[in-house]
Design a binder for this molecule. Structure first.
Ligand code: UDP
Length: 332
């Protein structure tokens, strides 16, 4: 019998890529999404349940209908700039919503839970390489909200036997190599998609947020990981939970850092387009350097990233950006 996996945020960037991989691996991904930031046309690999995660009755109905064996919880707000301006939204839409979901899953006896956390839970750590044991000291409400949910999962594990895998993503980039899914946000705030919008002529310039960081070229350094590699880790995490294990945190990064300037330069060469840049002030809430120094996912899950070179990520994202046609808004 096909096993169902409830995928919150299955209409979003990472969630839709994961639904494709789940379907290919023989699971039925059931997308639960409010379409606040996701896209109806991204739901192509299984059934769609539209709903708000804070609506417990709606969640109970969905758990009863599909009896999922596991939850993959991608749905979240994830913009640092917005989190600095409107932290309340992050506590409501990330933390409250996750609590309702975790309570509904526990009540339904669906105890295998994979959660998308982030390197933003670390804050600014003086440029050291980060691993699962690094201290967490978030400097924005996005990171703080994700850390709170990590704590919640630990407590529900202790009290109710919930088995969780927490993935702390570094900067996820790239797109499905077959260009069936891609990264689209409205408004777009992430570096590589904005670079591609400028390369295509859709946006006139890219603003570099700060050139006075304590890094070699003064711009922030990030560790980019290909969405396909990230999705592979989720399938391995699911198998790991199916084998009866759980309550483990894994960092998912490539282990290589690139500055904002380096990413722009690489994109200029790969797209063969000019990418005009202006330098602006720092964006509040940004850490100077976030790079993973962890090998735990490789050692314990057998995870081997294969597409996380900057070339593959920019090339795949550019192909998806150029070939997929997304409407400006979701139909109501
Ligand atoms: N960034 C930038 N200009 C932009 C968007 C992002 O300089 O228009 C920088 C941002 O300050 C950060 C890096 O690119 O240092 C990655 O930002 P993004 O929002 O893509 O991901 P985050 O690191 O916040 O998860």
């Amino acid at each position: 019998m096909t096993k169902n996996v409830l995928v919150t945020g299955g209409a979003g960037y990472i969630g839709s890529h994961c639904c494709k991989a789940l379907q290919l691996a023989g699971y039925r991904p059931v997308t639960f999404d409010s379409l606040t930031t996701g896209w109806a046309q991204a739901v192509r690999y299984g059934p769609f349940e539209r709903g708000d995660l804070r609506d417990r009755a709606r969640l109970d109905e969905v758990f009863a209908r599909w009896r999922p064996e596991a939850v993959m919880h991608f749905a979240a707000l994830s913009q640092v700039g917005e989190a600095m301006r409107d932290p309340g939204r992050y506590w409501r839409d990330n933390v409250n919503a996750s609590l309702t979901l975790i309570e509904a899953a526990t009540a339904a006896g669906c105890l295998d839970f994979i959660f998308s956390s982030t390197c933003a839970t670390y804050g600014d750590q003086d440029g050291v390489l980060l691993d699962e044991d690094s201290p967490q000291s978030p400097i924005n409400a996005y990171g703080a909200s994700k850390r709170a949910i990590e704590d919640m999962l630990r407590d529900f594990g202790n009290a109710h036997g919930l088995r969780s895998v927490i993935f702390r993503y570094f900067n996820v980039a790239g797109a499905d190599p077959e260009a069936e899914c891609g990264e689209f946000h409205d408004p777009e705030t992430h570096l590589i998609p904005i670079i591609l919008e400028v390369a295509s002529g859709e946006r006139p310039t890219l603003t570099v947020f700060g050139e006075d960081y304590p890094t070699p070229d003064g711009t922030c350094i990030r560790d980019f990981v290909h969405v396909s590699d990230l999705v592979d880790a989720h399938l391995l995490g699911l198998k790991w939970l199916e084998a009866g294990r759980g309550n483990r945190i894994f960092c998912l990064g490539s282990g290589q850092g690139f500055s904002v300037r380096e990413v722009i330069e690489r994109a200029r060469r790969l797209t063969n387009r000019p990418i005009p840049v202006v330098v602006g002030p720092r964006r509040r809430g940004d850490a100077a350097k976030l790079v993973s120094g962890s090998a735990r996912a490789t050692a314990e899950l057998g995870w081997t990233p294969t597409r996380s070179s900057l070339e593959a990520m920019i090339t795949d994202a550019w192909r998806a950006y150029s070939s997929l046609d997304w409407p400006a808004a979701n139909p109501d």
